[in-house]
Structures are given as structure tokens and as C-alpha cells.
Design a protein around this ligand. Structure first.
Ligand SMILES: [Zn+2]
Length: 325
């Protein structure tokens, strides 16, 4: 038994009953089959193979308004009802609203009078690294096929990163070290007011609802265009090297996140893996793998501090799928 949990009944982790999805033509469906079931399940009448952990994923067409997806496993049938929003009509008012929204996003949450780069001339014991395990408490983040919440994976990986950094001599402050809810804009506060040397947010990814989760799996590190890029580069390089041949890396991507929009404290957001794919879920919930992730992130931060990372070549690519966090 891989996850120390016995799934007694067929589970559908996404979409949840009563969910309201954005205006899409298709959506992903993920879940777990009971251990006794074995073999295959069917989603909307189409057979889907079950991964060895019991996880499965499917990708189905949906319609505007109410939808019901049927998942059949042996004698058991699960019906999940959810709704899909109507496609927005393209109007002048709509375009205006969209541009106002993007202008709001451009606003920095903190005054940024000076640019802070890597801490030159400081020894590790003089350096403070803030680690930010994403989500927590009522905010679960994404769910894996078995329904394991991203917030747990983020915390466990952050603890491994902390351990590895402390071994290298660094001071580490966590934005949360238990299952509590922390407001998004509160997360970088201490790092800014106390002028910590770096801020690294740790997350696990999920695709947009209209992407097939079986086809989306990679690691990436997000940074804001206007801030220090080298920290993100160093962390992305270390992770890509560690998981070369195991997990594709998209390297450094650009995103305007509340936790990365800083020019005062070098910041980045790591998306370790996709927890929505059966293989990704298995990797994320493997303790050895989490330790490797934590050590690699720590190695990346250490390389950045020591100046052992070169400037990125050309512009970093924009990621249109994720603009807010
Ligand atoms: Zn997240």
C-alpha cells in the first residue's frame, strides 16, 4: 500500500460535486479507485486505465450550464454534478474591466525604492532565507487524484528545504510551520520589514481546468520581470539537474504573483511538480523524493548566494496561464 490510506470507495477529487467551472469546452477529471477494484474504470462511458497507486485521470467535453459526469468502477457508479460558466461576450465594457484588472495587478503591494540583489560578502550564518509553504488551513491548494491537498506537500517540502539550508549554515524563517491559513499579502511581510535576504515560495502545480492532466507535468520557477532573476535561475537550475530524466523542467517563467512582485527582497515561487497527474502524485508523496527536492532548492539558493550562477540569456518566457497568486 503506497499512501497508507485505503480507499474504500471510488473517489473523484476533481471536479467536486457542485463545483462552478469557468467557461471551458472540456475539463479534467481525476480520482482514485478502491484498492479492491483493480483494472479499469470508465468515465462518461470511456474506459480509463488505473495507475498502480489507484489514481486515474480523464479529460471530457463539457457544456455551458449544468453537467453531470458519470464514473463507473465495477458495480459502483459515482455521479458528479457541476456547472460551467457562460462564455463572456466581447464588449467594450468587458475590455475596459479587463484592463482595469490588469492595472490593479501591476500595483506593487510594497514600496520598492531600492533594488536588492544577492547578499554579497555575507556568510551563511548572517543570511536569513524566508520559506513560504503555499496555501494552508482552509485553503487546500490543488488536490491530487487521491484527494491529498497541495498545502501538505508544500509544507513537507519546505521543511526538507529548511533542514538542508540549516545544514549549510543559513538561518531560515517559515511563513507557516503548521496547517494554518496565512493571507497572501501577509506572507512576504516579515521578509520585507526585516529585510531578509531571500523569499522562496513553495508550491505544487495543477493545470487549468481545460487541460488534460495526463499531458501536463513539469517543474518550473516563477519570478517577476521587474525583480532579481538570478535567484530563480539558480533554484531552477539545481532542480532541473537533480531531476534530469525524471521530470521535464520549464526553467524560469515570468509571473506577476503577490509573493514574487518584490524588488526589495529577491523572491521566487517554485512549482515543484504537478500533483494532478497519477505519476506526479506518486512522486510528490514520496518522502525520499521530497528530501531530494528540498536539498536541490537549498543547493540552488546556496549557489546564488555564492555568485555561482550566470545571468539568464534573453527574456524569460511569459506564462499566460498563471497571472495571479
Ligand atoms: Zn499552489
Amino acid at each position: 500500500m503506497l499512501f497508507n490510506v485505503v480507499i474504500a470507495a471510488l473517489t473523484v477529487a476533481f471536479p467536486k460535486e457542485g463545483a462552478r467551472l469557468p467557461a471551458v469546452d472540456s475539463c479534467y477529471v481525476i480520482g482514485a479507485a478502491p484498492e479492491a477494484a483493480g483494472g479499469a474504470i470508465s468515465v462518461q462511458g470511456k474506459s480509463v486505465s488505473v495507475y498502480r497507486t489507484g489514481a486515474w485521470s480523464a479529460f471530457v467535453p463539457v457544456v455551458e450550464g449544468s453537467n453531470t459526469i458519470s464514473v463507473v468502477c465495477g458495480a459502483e457508479t459515482n455521479l458528479v454534478g457541476f456547472s460551467v460558466a457562460a462564455k463572456p461576450k466581447k464588449t467594450a465594457a468587458g475590455a475596459e474591466e479587463a484592463s482595469a484588472k490588469s492595472a490593479r495587478r501591476e500595483k506593487l503591494p510594497y514600496a520598492a525604492p531600492s533594488f536588492q540583489g544577492r547578499p554579497i560578502g555575507k556568510a551563511p550564518f548572517e543570511i536569513v532565507i524566508a520559506l513560504d509553504p503555499g496555501h494552508g488551513g482552509k485553503d487546500t491548494g490543488a488536490l491530487s487524484p487521491h484527494g491529498f491537498p497541495e498545502k501538505d506537500a508544500n509544507l513537507r517540502t519546505a521543511r526538507e528545504t529548511k533542514k538542508a539550508l540549516e545544514k549549510l549554515g543559513y538561518n531560515v524563517v517559515m511563513t507557516r510551520d503548521d496547517d494554518t491559513f496565512v493571507e497572501l499579502y501577509d506572507r512576504p511581510k516579515a521578509a520585507h520589514s526585516s529585510r531578509y535576504d531571500a523569499f522562496v515560495s513553495i508550491h505544487h502545480n495543477a493545470p487549468p481546468v481545460d487541460r488534460d492532466p495526463a499531458l501536463v507535468r513539469y517543474g518550473s520557477v516563477y519570478v517577476w520581470d521587474g525583480a532579481d532573476q538570478l535567484l530563480a535561475r539558480a533554484v531552477a537550475d539545481a532542480l532541473a539537474k537533480e531531476f534530469d530524466g525524471e521530470l521535464p523542467s520549464k526553467g524560469v517563467l515570468s509571473a506577476n504573483f503577490a509573493v514574487t512582485r518584490s524588488t526589495q527582497v529577491p523572491s521566487c515561487l517554485v512549482e515543484v511538480d504537478f500533483i494532478t497527474s497519477p505519476q506526479g502524485e506518486e512522486a510528490v508523496w514520496n518522502a525520499v523524493r521530497r528530501r531530494r527536492t528540498g536539498k536541490a532548492i537549498a543547493r540552488g539558493i546556496d549557489a546564488w548566494v555564492k555568485g555561482a550562477v550566470s545571468a539568464p540569456a534573453g527574456n524569460i518566457s511569459k506564462n499566460k496561464e498563471k497571472q495571479q497568486k
